[in-house]
Design a binder for this molecule. Sequence first.
Ligand code: UDP
Length: 496
Amino acid sequence: MSCYREEPKKAHFIIVPLPVQGHLIPMTDMGYLLAERGICVSLVITRANADRIRPIIERAKESNISFEFVELSFPNEMFGLPPGCESLDHITDTGLFRAFFDAIYSLDEPLETFIDSLERPPDCMITDMFNAWTAPVARKFGIPRVIFHGPSCFYISTEYNLAHHKVYDRVINENEYVTVPDFPIELQVTKAQTPGFLNSPIFEDHFRKKCLQEELRADGVVINTFLELERPFIENYERLIGKKVWTVGPFCLYNTDDEMKVVRGNKDAIDQKNRVLTWLDRRDAASVLYISFGSTVYTNTQQLMEIGRGLEASNKAFIWVMKKIEITPVVEKWLDEGFEERTKERGLIIVGWAPQVVILSHPAVGGFMTHCGWNSLLEAISTGVPMITWPRIADQFVNENFVVDVLRIGISLGVTVPNYGTEDVIMVKSEEIRKAVDVLMDGIEADEKRQRSKDISEKAKKAVEEGGSSDVDLADFIHYFTEQRNKLASGDGIGA
Ligand code: UDP
């Protein structure tokens, strides 16, 4: 039995993530965090996504915190989606994106039914920015609604400043560089790299408009970042949006339980844990390069083998995560007929889901080749690991800029044009990969970047410690929404 039913005086927050790992992982972390601070938390999830993180759900049940998972069934059949296709990374046919979001947007009724079943409505709804469908539900029950933004404030600010100054009205060539106006630093981007917030082929325009409208109506914003990392950009966004932005991350640093770290996002990583740790324990400090491109973008067959040639030429130790779908018959043959044998002394391949935070936290890991997803960057920042950056889509180009030019802890592979990974083109040659790996892993530049990364990771750790900026903001966030309940009860109401 959950404590909001047993202890009606306790505050109850409901969390509604977007079903894709880059959003589900930080919002689950946030749920834990709030529950550990005495809030009763209900996280709304669909069954197939719940199955992926079953150990986390079971652990929450056994613990003395109040963190429950509300499992909704996903209307796959009704929207023509294959069974089990409940997360963005399950979609390999881009033609299904529309149906996927239609299915998500139909979850308003089951959510209403859940809230109706409670004795009183929750005190706060924390909902992904993509989930505009939750806004009418929150309004119906008078629940204050906070937006969770997946990306960095650096990226959000970039998009807002470009939109605010209507920069793209003057742009003819989408690969032409323009300066972001009124921005805290000099930043140049192309329209192709930053086509507008949520302006992506996977997201239909009417969804996009709803999300932007509902962001403006929200009661605040919560972001997985920390003040010392991006203060000017947080302030810029807060000024533009005109509402409170709570920065309470990095979430991965609050998660100190090794078993829970392993199963973040997908329990399949349990199978890899011992193999990976035994392998890493035998390596020298900072000698291993970790290569992973997150949960949603792909690497095509030719490019994948080109990466392999670059790694071979670099002669450095590596852990390389490949997605199951990337193991085409050609790749399988290439791995079996030589690559694995030639690199077996210094290379470890993981096919499927890797325990990423566990790997990045290991002292043997000295570099990370990444697609620049914000969670991956924050995890590398938190563990003090410098990066080789290879953005593909969405916020990743701007994130690269932040890591390479602002924080100066990354080396760019020089990719400037978005590519989701499905097109069979080689974006980066093996020689470029070899050079970047050599520079990141050895020499004076490597030492400087590593030291800078360690310094930033110290700031991240301080932010989440008692009295640190994120800890204080989290306490403020909780206070704000638990106070709201009292105000509502006394008839004062809250801001529109
Ligand atoms: N991740 C993981 N194991 C993997 C791949 C990804 O644990 O094999 C996690 C990673 O640690 C991060 C999230 O999945 O927390 C990916 O989010 P990110 O924002 O980096 O990229 P996205 O997948 O959204 O493109």
